[in-house]
Design a binder for this molecule. Structure first.
Ligand SMILES: NC(=O)c1ccc[n+]([C@@H]2O[C@H](COP(=O)([O-])OP(=O)(O)OC[C@H]3O[C@@H](n4cnc5c(N)ncnc54)[C@H](OP(=O)(O)O)[C@@H]3O)[C@@H](O)[C@H]2O)c1
Length: 486
């Protein structure tokens, strides 16, 4: 006769969120780590939306893993899973029911079976499992209530940034691992959100696009290479099971193309809930675009300026929109040079031109945050840390070889951009610079601070260039080949 021990848990919670939002969050089971305090990491093993046959590996903090397989699924009604591990096997069922008034009830029923030797050795299992079940449901309730405070800048973070070495340590994957211990769940529902993301064919942009697609957002991927973009869009759709992935082709360093892209999006008229200005590159030696602009200035500052300004009406229409500018810690080393935005004076350095352009986009972040607050548009900038991407490998090979063991994955680097675009609490703060979901100072030294006159001048130059690069109506004749220099 088997001496296996079985234990049944039956817990339920009620939350004030619509059924489809609750279902979307829970059914994507790999996010269990956000709400189950015993879980270190959830990994989706099969591509696509949750379906019968979907499998997940759940790594427990206690050092063992659970293997989950969905065996029955009625969307928005119930999912049944079989669970296998070295410690126990289980059948789990999650039932969803809409409540009068718009809320949702979630009921979790599980039957655990502990193999005889383990059950005999540890009589405390039943009580422990019951505690775990209750704390998991409390975690799920908090995640779904999604009522976390707006993050505030910590004096300790600002101090460690100024001490340089602790600041730099944060850029590595160790910094990411330390920060993530304090993060809150992100259960915001993106099924009705349209996100435009630039530079989504590689590195951080690709990881951010995958993350946002997994959360159900409709995506417009902006890319310069049509074949690469089509392959990436198909792959993201396959992995996420999200079919709403559109592609727009645009070289973001060519202003005529940026205007044309903005025009197409405005014509289509779909509100933009988030715009992620991520595309980037480092140019050595100095080079000019076919329109005559210095390439770093064109791609990293003027392009995002024109695209964001022109998409403002679509952002405003979304009601509660986000702009996320992907910057770099390199920005800390440079002040904006409004009289030399295109690095024409002195010896050119790609890293300096890059850092100055990122500095310029930080200034725009602060300006837009103020100017667009009444339109409900939140604008933030982020530093991804140092992430292992094709861009870093090709543009900084020496740095890449030296730091590779400490680099973050693209997903880790992109996390804060996804969080700024998606989370409810990030929508409560505007005009800040973030790393690993924490606010960091935008300057580490007064030396890099611009004057109000320099800010005003930057805005004026960019606005003039926006207007002069706009495609004129056909009647006004062809434009000169060379764009005006700042
Ligand atoms: N990785 C890091 O450690 C790190 C650190 C600080 C800041 N950043 C910033 O993070 C962002 C992403 O960098 P990454 O490391 O992911 O680099 P990446 O792997 O080189 O990806 C850059 C993306 O930008 C696109 N892109 C480049 N030039 C473009 C253009 N003219 N028009 C349209 N798209 C263009 C690329 O398209 P293609 O695929 O066609 O090349 C690619 O999708 C950049 O803004 C970068 O400055 C990265």
């Amino acid at each position: 006769m088997s001496m296996d021990k079985t234990l049944t848990l039956d817990e339920q919670i009620e939350v004030d969120r619509p059924l489809r939002e609750v279902y979307a969050y829970i059914a994507e089971f790999s996010r269990i780590q956000e709400w189950d305090p015993g879980v270190a990491r959830g990994v989706k093993l099969t591509p696509g939306s949750p379906a019968v046959g979907s499998e997940y590996r759940i790594d427990m903090k206690a050092g063992f893993s659970l293997h989950y397989r969905i065996v029955e699924l009625e969307p928005c009604a119930r999912m049944r899973m079989e669970v296998d591990s070295k410690v126990f096997t289980a059948r789990e069922e999650i039932r969803f029911a809409a409540l009068k008034g718009g809320g949702t009830r979630v009921r979790y029923i599980a039957e655990f079976t502990f193999p005889a030797p383990l059950a005999a050795a540890n009589k405390a299992y039943p009580a422990a499992m019951e505690r775990v079940g209750k704390s998991t449901m409390r975690g799920l309730q908090a995640a779904l209530e999604d009522d976390f405070d707006a993050p505030e800048q910590s004096a300790l973070v600002a101090l460690s940034d100024r001490l340089v070495l602790p600041g730099i340590w944060r850029f590595t994957r160790l910094g990411y691992k330390a920060s993530r211990r304090h993060w809150k769940p992100v259960s915001a529902y993106l099924g009705d959100s349209h996100v435009v993301i630039t530079g989504a064919t590689s590195g951080l942009g690709l990881a951010a696009a995958q993350g946002l697609a997994d959360m159900g957002a409709r995506l417009t991927l902006v890319a310069r290479d049509a074949d690469k973009a089509a392959a990436v869009a198909a792959d993201i759709a396959r992995q996420s099971g999200n079919a709403s992935i559109a592609v727009e082709i645009c070289d973001l360093s060519i202003m005529a193309q940026v205007h044309a892209l903005a025009e197409r999006l405005l014509q289509a008229g779909e509100p933009v809930h988030a715009l992620v200005n991520n595309a980037g590159a480092l140019f050595n030696p100095r080079q000019l675009t076919s329109e005559g602009f210095e390439a770093s200035f064109a791609l990293l500052l003027l392009g995002p300026y024109i695209l964001t300004e022109r998409l403002q009406p679509l952002l405003a229409q979304a009601g509660d929109a986000r702009v996320v500018n992907v910057l770099s810690g390199g920005m800390y080393s440079q002040k904006i040079r409004v009289r030399d935005l295109q690095s024409e004076r002195g010896e050119y350095s790609g890293a300096v031109a890059y850092a100055r352009a990122k500095r310029g986009l930080m200034i725009l972040t602060e300006e837009w945050a103020q100017a667009w607050a009444d339109a409900g548009i939140v604008v933030n900038a982020m530093h991804p840390g140092w992430a292992d991407t094709p861009g870093v490998e090709s543009s900084l090979p020496g740095f890449y070889r030296l730091t590779r063991p400490l680099l973050r994955s693209p997903e880790e680097g992109a996390d804060t951009a996804v969080w700024l675009a998606a989370s409810t609490e990030a929508g409560k703060v505007s005009g800040e610079f973030w790393l690993d979901r924490e606010i960091h100072p935008s300057h580490l030294s007064g030396r890099t601070r611009e004057t109000p006159e320099e800010r005003a001048q930057l805005l004026q130059v960019l606005e003039e260039l926006r207007q002069s690069t706009a495609v004129k109506p056909a009647a006004s004749g062809p434009r000169g080949k060379k764009a005006r220099r700042s």
